[in-house]
Design a protein around this ligand. Structure first.
Ligand code: THU
Length: 159
C-alpha cells in the first residue's frame, strides 16, 4: 500500500490586495447577488466571468418550486457565457454569496456539480481558469479547476 497525496493550491487575498481587474470582477459578482432568484433558500449567489475578449458576464442562482430544477450562479454564468460567446475562453470566474445575515465570512465553495462544469469549460478552451471565491474576510484565488476538483473525471477517460 502506498498513500497518494494530491496537492491543491489556494491563495488567500484581502480585497485591498487584489488588482483593479480582480476587484472589478469581485464587485460584479457581489452586485449580481441582487439579481438572484432564491425564494426557497434565501441564499443569494452571484458570479461574474471575465472572458478573453475582456467582456464580463454575470449570472445568479435561479431557484424553482420543483427544487432540482433550479441552478447555481456558477452554472448560470458559464452556460450563458458559453452560449453567447462560444469562441471565448473564460479567464476568471468570481463568485460571491449572501445569506439573510449578509455576505459570508468564509469563501463560498462551489457545489460538486458546478465544479464538474467549471472543469469541462476549462478543458473545452484548453486554458486554466482562475477562480475567485469571495468572503468578507478573505478571497480565495485558485489557478485552475484542479485545485477545486482534484482527481476529476473528464472525457479523456472514455477514450
Ligand atoms: N448555490 C449557488 O448558486 N452556488 C454555490 O456555489 C452554492 C449554492 C445556490 C443553489 C441554491 O439556489 C442555493 O445556493 C442554496 O443551495
Amino acid at each position: 500500500m502506498k498513500e497518494v497525496k494530491i496537492d491543491i493550491n489556494i491563495h488567500s487575498y484581502s480585497y485591498e490586495e487584489l488588482d483593479a481587474t480582480d476587484k472589478m470582477l469581485i464587485d460584479a459578482a457581489i452586485e449580481a447577488t441582487n439579481r438572484s432568484y432564491a425564494p426557497y433558500s434565501n441564499f443569494a449567489v452571484g458570479a461574474a466571468a471575465l472572458l478573453e475578449n475582456g467582456k464580463v458576464v454575470t449570472g445568479t442562482n435561479q431557484e424553482n418550486a420543483a427544487y432540482p430544477s433550479g441552478t447555481c450562479a456558477e452554472r448560470t454564468t458559464l452556460f450563458y457565457a458559453n452560449s453567447e460567446y462560444p469562441d471565448q475562453p473564460v479567464v476568471t470566474l468570481a463568485v460571491a454569496a449572501k445569506s439573510p445575515s449578509g455576505f459570508l465570512d468564509r469563501p463560498i465553495p462551489p457545489c460538486g456539480a458546478c465544479r464538474q462544469v467549471l472543469m469541462e469549460v476549462e478543458q473545452r478552451y484548453k486554458r486554466p481558469m482562475r477562480i475567485m471565491l469571495y468572503s468578507k474576510n478573505e478571497i480565495y484565488v485558485m489557478y485552475g479547476t484542479r485545485n477545486l476538483l482534484p482527481l476529476s473525471f473528464a472525457s479523456d477517460y472514455m477514450e
